[in-house]
Design a protein around this ligand. Structure first.
Ligand code: PEP
Ligand code: MN
Length: 295
């Protein structure tokens, strides 16, 4: 184990109740435990674009058996000219849709100054891939009193990811779910932006008792590949999935954010059915943690 990892309080060696056997800390989000034997699917649109669009996606999620809705009100966009999300109006929409459907809300916070405001709506705060090493954000998010979904930076090492989790833990937040969302590929067009790094799921689970989920949507960037990637992530030991859904009321071409990766309601249903009957396996590999991870 690398020097950095061994010092973290979130490693198994420092959290004796989870060391032996290798149990996982259950993180409860809006009454839904993440980290148990059954995988949890968090699903919804990429961005909150309107009440109707969000409700349409949320109804598909609820109909498929989901209990947690994802959707960004504040969106991290590469170009400053792209749709940035509806902001506070998006939060209001999420609250209304949550009331209407009973789904818990998972939504991203990017700005340390907005943590409190986003936390009023979110049952779980998402810290996105680009924000994984925004340390002031991690400090504020760790103080918010909400569980946190911490996505791995798309080129972050396991050490860097866990150190980011440690920033949250130092502020008193131990209800952290790690999310592998794919690593950057050299062919940078939409459908091939990233690749799901299945090999990090086992080491992350062995290094810490925190639940680890996979995001096959951003990892593939292609709705046609999301189902296969979902099953692979679960077989690799993920405790759940974060999935983008095409709202049934919308045409793909009319979406303002990540139009190519949302799965149809039918595909979501198949993934959910698979997840419901699946038991999270022991993490893959022999227990050796990321050789050469010292940094
Ligand atoms: C998202 O899940 O909405 C998102 C922007 O993902 P990532 O941070 O992984 O790119
Ligand atoms: Mn997206």
């Amino acid at each position: 184990m690398s020097g950095v990892l061994s010092e973290l309080t979130i490693t198994r060696s420092n959290w004796l109740e989870y060391r032996d056997p290798e149990t996982t800390r259950e993180v409860v989000v809006a009454g839904v435990p993440i980290g148990g034997v059954h995988p949890v699917v968090i699903a919804g649109p990429c961005a909150v674009e309107s009440y109707e669009q969000t409700l349409s996606a949320a109804r598909a999620v609820a109909a498929a058996g989901g209990r947690l809705l994802r959707g960004g009100a504040f969106k991290p966009r590469t170009s400053p000219y792209s749709f940035q999300g509806l902001g506070s109006e998006g939060l209001e929409i999420l609250r209304a849709v949550s009331r209407e459907t009973g789904l818990g809300v998972v939504t991203e916070v990017q700005d340390p100054r907005l943590v409190e405001r986003v936390a009023e709506t979110a049952d779980m705060l998402q810290v996105g891939s680009r924000s994984m090493q925004n340390f002031p954000l991690l400090v504020e998010a760790g103080r918010a009193g909400r569980p946190i979904l911490l996505k791995r930076g798309f080129s972050a090492t396991l050490d860097e990811w866990l150190c980011a989790a440690e920033y949250l833990a130092r502020e008193g937040c131990l209800d952290i779910v790690l999310c592998e969302r794919g690593v950057r590929r050299s062919a940078y067009w939409n459908e091939a932006r990233s690749e799901l790094d299945l090999d990090v799921i086992g080491p992350a689970r062995r290094a810490t008792p925190l639940p680890v989920i996979g995001d096959p949507s951003h990892a593939t960037g292609d709705w046609r590949r999301v189902e296969a990637a979902s099953l692979e992530a679960l077989r690799a030991g993920a405790h759940g999935l974060l999935i983008e859904v095409l709202p049934p009321s919308m045409e793909r071409a009319d979406l303002r954010c990540d139009p190519l990766q949302g799965v149809s309601a039918d595909t979501l249903q198949r993934i959910m059915d698979f997840a419901r009957d699946f038991r999270v396996p022991e993490p893959r590999g022999d227990g050796a943690i990321a050789a050469g991870a010292d940094s």
